[in-house]
Design a protein around this ligand. Sequence first.
Ligand SMILES: NC(=O)c1ccc[n+]([C@@H]2O[C@H](COP(=O)([O-])OP(=O)(O)OC[C@H]3O[C@@H](n4cnc5c(N)ncnc54)[C@H](OP(=O)(O)O)[C@@H]3O)[C@@H](O)[C@H]2O)c1
Length: 228
Amino acid sequence: MSNIVIIGGTSGIGRELGEYYAGHGHSVVVTGRDAERAEKIAAEIGGTVRGIAVDLADPPGIAGALAEVGPVDRLALVGIQRDRNSVKDYDVGGAVDLVTMKLVGYTTVVHALLDRLTPESSVLLFGGMAKDRPYPGSTNISIVNAGVLGMVRTLAAEVAPVRINAIHPGVVGDSPYWVGAAGLLEGVRAQTPSGRLVTMGEVVEASVMLLENRGLNKVNLTVDGGFA
Ligand SMILES: NC(=O)c1ccc[n+]([C@@H]2O[C@H](COP(=O)([O-])OP(=O)(O)OC[C@H]3O[C@@H](n4cnc5c(N)ncnc54)[C@H](OP(=O)(O)O)[C@@H]3O)[C@@H](O)[C@H]2O)c1
């Protein structure tokens, strides 16, 4: 049984990754911003799953929030706080929150858990294809997802032999975030060579491969049906 920590595991892809590992008999910690919600989601997932509160937008509080977490075999950094922003109409507050939670927050989690990783551990960072294909309102999402490329390079060098990989999904058609966005989804699907949008299940399968396959290190994997 491995110990899995999923930062941002109360919704969407993170939750489905938690369900995968719990379903395979592993011990899982899922986090969100609110302890009560995280505990509720953990109970819904079932198995050996614990829910705790970790706010990625508050890096000084992260080490304390993770104090009770034991050894970590697999760490997935999935959390996202959406920020619709453009340089013409720039919301500085939203930008600071997103850059802080995704770049400083992810890095702070790795820092805080360093003493609980082993040479066999692996870390998976979530970026996204907005890094290569900006869309209206994606200014900061494009910036932070591109930042994940730099995180992979530097963390892989600094925490070796711990493996560090990143996954960059395109639009994930069945994720809760896109509920009510049928028009946008259809536009992306029409331009996707595979003729369909990727699913959370497919992103989870690819995530598990990156987390588990010991030959994979410093990989930035695109999962977008060929849209890029
Ligand atoms: N869905 C897509 O189409 C898509 C496309 C490309 C890339 N991605 C990437 O894939 C990852 C998962 O996306 P998703 O759509 O599955 O996400 P989601 O359903 O929106 O879930 C976001 C998660 O992040 C947590 N979270 C939000 N703010 C946080 C904060 N300040 N500190 C800690 N946790 C926080 C949420 O927990 P609480 O709400 O409980 O706090 C939740 O567990 C993200 O990194 C996203 O950038 C997704």
